[in-house]
Structures are given as C-alpha cells and as structure tokens.
Write a protein that binds this ligand. Structure first.
Ligand SMILES: [Zn+2]
Length: 348
C-alpha cells in the first residue's frame, strides 16, 4: 500500500468509526424507543424594545430577539415530534406595561406558540403579573388548564395549578408560585395582606424588591412568592393518588424550590414546605423551574432531580436556551440546546 493509499484508507476508517459509533447508535435507538417526548422553555420575556440589561447590570437582555429563539425551539420540537410543550413563565417582559404594549406583546408570542401542533402548557411568573391582573390572566390564552384532562379544584379559588397525565403511568403537575404574593393579588384581598406581612417580617428594606443581606433570607423579595396551605394540601393529595397508581410525576413551577438548584434570590418563599411535600411521595421524579436566568441543577437527597432552566431573555441571538425531554421507563434524557446542557435523569 502506497502512502497516499494508506492515507485514504485511514480517512475511510475514521469515517466508518463516526458512522458506526456504538454510543451514537445506542443513543439513536434509545430516542426511537422513548415513551414520549416534551419541550421545555423558560423566561422568554419578549418586548419590542432594544437590548438592555438586568437590574444589577451584569447580564445583557435581548428583548426583541427572544421571540426568534422561541421560533428556533418550536422548529426543533416540530422535527422531534414532541407530545406537548411546557412554558415555564415570564413569557413577556414587565417593560411592556409602562409602554402600554402588554396585549400586543402577548399576541406576538401567542401567535408563535399557536403554530405549535401540540398543546402548550403555561406556568405563570412574576412578569405575567407585572402585565396583567390575575383575573385577566385566567381569561387569557395563558390559562391552559382547559387542556388538562380534568380541571383543577383550585381554579375556583383563583389558584392557577392543575395536573394531567401526558402518557399512561406519567403525571405532570403545574404549580402557582405566586399564589402567596404581593403582585397579582388585589391589595384589599386577605391573601395580599398575609403575603405582605410575611414579606415585611423578613425584609425591612423600603424597596421590597431589594433583598435582605444574608443567605437564604434573600429570597424574601417582592418578585418572588410562595404556595398557600390550600395549594400544598392539593399537591399532597395529587401525589398520594399518583403514589397509589405507581405513576412518575414531574412538577413544574416558575420558582425553584431547592436551594442547590438556584441563586437564593430566586427561591420560593416557603420552599421548605414544598420540598417536604415532594419528599414524602415516592412518585415524584423531577422538579422543573425557570426564573433564575443562569439556570441550575441538583439532585435532592431523595434522588429527585431539580432543574432550573436557563432564561431565553439572557441568551445571545446566536445561541439558544430550551430543552427536549425524552421519557423512558427508567429515566428521562434532557437534550439541551445552546446554553441548556444535556442531562440523564435516572428515576430515584
Ligand atoms: Zn421570573
């Protein structure tokens, strides 16, 4: 064999290796065997305004381009034939409010989402409440509870939380992390008064969006919220039933609830109470949230995965931030795009 023949042979062998990479093949087969797949995206925060930055001026925000990144995600999900999509909150930015552009911005994003051939389930974040009253949201396209197999009993109390089964033996639960909050609740309401009292017990700053100085106490800010006793009890009942049916449950919320999965400034006020409900049910396998644009991940002592998805709004136009989750009997495979990392999520 001449030197040039040898070079051609080596190149061919390398290509064969690439084509027949056993790991790649296994991954492709695995995807074909997934029971179902779903898309996840968080903090799109669309506004038709020029780029800006976050409050601390440490991160750039791409308000106008965020809808382009949503389009990228939708194209990808169509190709991957997902069964449904979970939008984890803050779909349009609070800046729209002062510009009197809330309805228009929502229309732009909803128009995109409606191109999706599958159901999109919406979680609500703080920016939803900067733009709209709770009653308005309940009557808007952002109320996706009707897509659940049965409506939530909580909706009667204006708590936006519901559950449904995306496939046999699996259950999705969407939580309302601003059920206890000082945004989105009328100042005259009992819940607003209770929430303000709790917030002021922990935060003495004149501006309640300014966090207290220390550790986990930093979560007591106006842009966070929590879960009422009614919602915690409802979640406990839903999970008890799921335990009995031996289902695998993934819970979705705008606010993260595990201190190791987020900056403490983004944690839900009563995260401990919610964690304790999750920990007492063997059906729970995963908790997914948004709100902290840097993203995060940890495994709880119980083996439950806590994923905080990177925010679209702080993602460069030449990158992406979304995920496609392939669900199997024994694990989920998160296929991340752009800033979102791939993860294997084995069930506890
Ligand atoms: Zn948020």
């Amino acid at each position: 064999m001449t030197n040039s023949e040898l070079a051609v042979f080596k190149l061919h062998a390398r290509n064969l290796e690439k084509i027949y990479d056993p790991f790649l093949l296994r991954k492709m087969e695995d995807r074909a065997r997934a029971l179902f797949t779903f898309g996840i995206i968080a903090d799109i925060q669309y506004a038709d305004i020029d780029d800006g930055s976050n409050y601390r001026r440490t991160r750039r925000r791409f308000y106008r381009n965020s809808v382009e990144l949503l389009r990228n995600a939708m194209r990808d999900w169509e190709e991957r034939r997902v069964s449904c999509v979970l939008q984890l909150g803050d779909v349009i930015d609070g800046h729209n409010k002062s510009r009197d552009a809330s309805e228009q911005a929502l229309e732009t994003v909803v128009k995109e989402l409606e191109k999706c051939s599958v159901d999109v389930h919406h979680v609500w974040g703080n920016h939803e409440f900067y733009n709209f009253r709770r009653e308005t949201l309940l009557a808007s396209p952002l109320n996706s509870a009707a897509k659940a197999e049965a409506g939530s009993d909580l909706l009667a109390d204006d708590i936006y939380a519901y559950e449904f089964s995306p496939a046999p033996s699996f259950r999705f639960v969407l939580l309302d992390a601003y059920d206890m909050s000082v945004i989105g609740r009328d100042e005259s309401s009992e819940r607003h008064k209770q929430s303000l009292k709790l917030l002021q017990q922990h935060n003495s700053n004149p501006d309640l969006n300014q966090p207290p100085v220390y550790g986990l106490e930093q979560r007591f800010v106006k842009f966070n919220g929590g879960f009422s006793p009614e919602q915690l009890q409802w979640l406990d009942e839903v999970l008890t039933l799921a335990d009995q049916k031996q289902e695998k449950v993934t819970v979705f919320s705008h606010l993260p609830v595990h201190p190791d999965s987020t900056d403490p400034i983004c944690l839900a006020w009563n995260y401990e109470e919610l964690l304790s409900v999750l920990r007492s049910h063997k059906s729970v396998v995963c908790f997914m949230a948004g709100h902290d644009h840097d993203g995060g991940y940890c495994t709880d002592t119980t083996g439950v995965h806590h994923i905080t998805l990177e925010g679209v709004i702080e993602t460069r136009p030449d990158s992406n931030a979304f995920g496609t989750v392939y669900v199997y009997e024994d694990r989920m495979l998160l296929k991340g795009s752009g800033r979102t990392a791939d993860r294997v999520l084995k069930y506890p």
